[in-house]
Design a protein. Structure first.
Length: 308
């Protein structure tokens, strides 16, 4: 695990800029990163922004042929990796030559090129500009009331935009501190909630289920948590109730706030390419009796979700 703040990431990013330049990375190039969670991922995002390059986080759960297809499609000039992914990286590089020809369509300001997991077909890449990342960061700070006192326990993979952009980048930008786990482990999460005392954490429903089923769950003190942020799919009400009940059991008079982003609402509102998708979102939310915290914004060409 790694405890990081914005100053540490800026220092690391300055070193990464030097490293990337030595590797020949220039404006418009694409840099792949295949690794478990670690601060270097955050430093590379910042370094790529400084160089005008695209940062392409790669999902280490994919097979080598799937990753090789992404390397070709993204037009990577460099594929960087950590020790844990060295074997997988070698398998990928045995299938695809480096550097690849630049992918078409890069425009100044592009920062992230993030791929889906390919569960419904070939993985698809989504471009996020530096301006969009900044807008999302500011909106997330506002929506979640993040500040210099925020302590975020981060366990979701940084190769997903959710793991990177919902809490980690916003917490750092707000002046808070992030405790970054290499991967989710229920026992480690419960241990660090009790010892490190985070004020928030981002979890998916499967992780919430694993926590509730862990033997240490009944005795873990959750009172440091101001709220849990969850989503990526419909969150079953029993999971929410379990977290509320566990916080109450420790004598806290206030119930933890749970912010749930319901993907089905977003999907239905954006069907058909309606230019007024934001109004549709609010309509669906009102119809289903769900309180909307913040604003959901859509751009016609490049999809962008902003909360705030």
């Amino acid at each position: 695990m790694f405890e990081v703040d914005a100053a540490a990431i800026e220092r690391a990013a300055a070193l990464e800029v030097t490293t990337l330049r030595a590797l020949g990375v220039a404006e418009g190039d694409a840099v792949g990163w295949l690794a478990l969670n670690q601060p270097r991922a955050l430093a590379l995002v910042r370094a790529c922004e400084c160089l005008g390059a695209r940062y392409v986080p790669l999902n280490g759960r994919l097979a080598a042929p799937e990753l090789a297809a992404i390397v070709r499609h993204a037009g990577l000039q460099q594929l960087l990796h950590d020790d844990a992914m060295a074997s997988l990286a070698r398998q990928v590089l045995a299938l695809v030559a480096m550097p690849q020809p630049r992918a078409p369509g890069h425009v100044p300001g592009d920062l992230l090129l993030v791929y889906t997991s390919g569960t419904t077909g070939l993985a698809r890449g989504a471009v996020h500009t530096a301006a969009a990342v900044q807008a999302n960061t500011l909106a997330a700070i506002d929506a979640q009331a993040l500040s210099v006192s925020t302590r975020t326990l981060a366990v979701l993979p940084l190769f997903h935009v959710g793991g990177l952009g919902i809490q980690v980048l916003p917490t750092l930008a707000a002046g808070g501190v992030v405790l970054l786990h290499r991967r989710f482990d229920a026992g480690a999460w419960l241990r660090d909630v009790a010892s490190w005392r985070p004020t928030t954490s981002l979890l998916v429903p499967a992780a919430m289920s694993a926590l509730i089923e862990h033997p240490a769950w009944p005795t873990t003190d959750l009172t440091s948590l101001a709220f849990i942020n969850t989503g990526s799919s419909i969150v079953p009400r029993p999971l929410i109730d379990a977290f509320h009940a566990q916080k109450r059991s420790k004598g806290d008079a206030e119930i933890a706030e749970l912010v749930c982003f319901q993907c089905s609402i977003i999907n239905r509102a954006s069907e058909g390419g309606n230019d007024d998708a934001q109004a549709d979102v609010r309509g669906v939310v009102a119809k289903e009796g769900i309180e909307l915290v913040g604003t959901l914004g859509f751009q016609p060409e490049r999809f962008l979700l902003q909360v705030g």
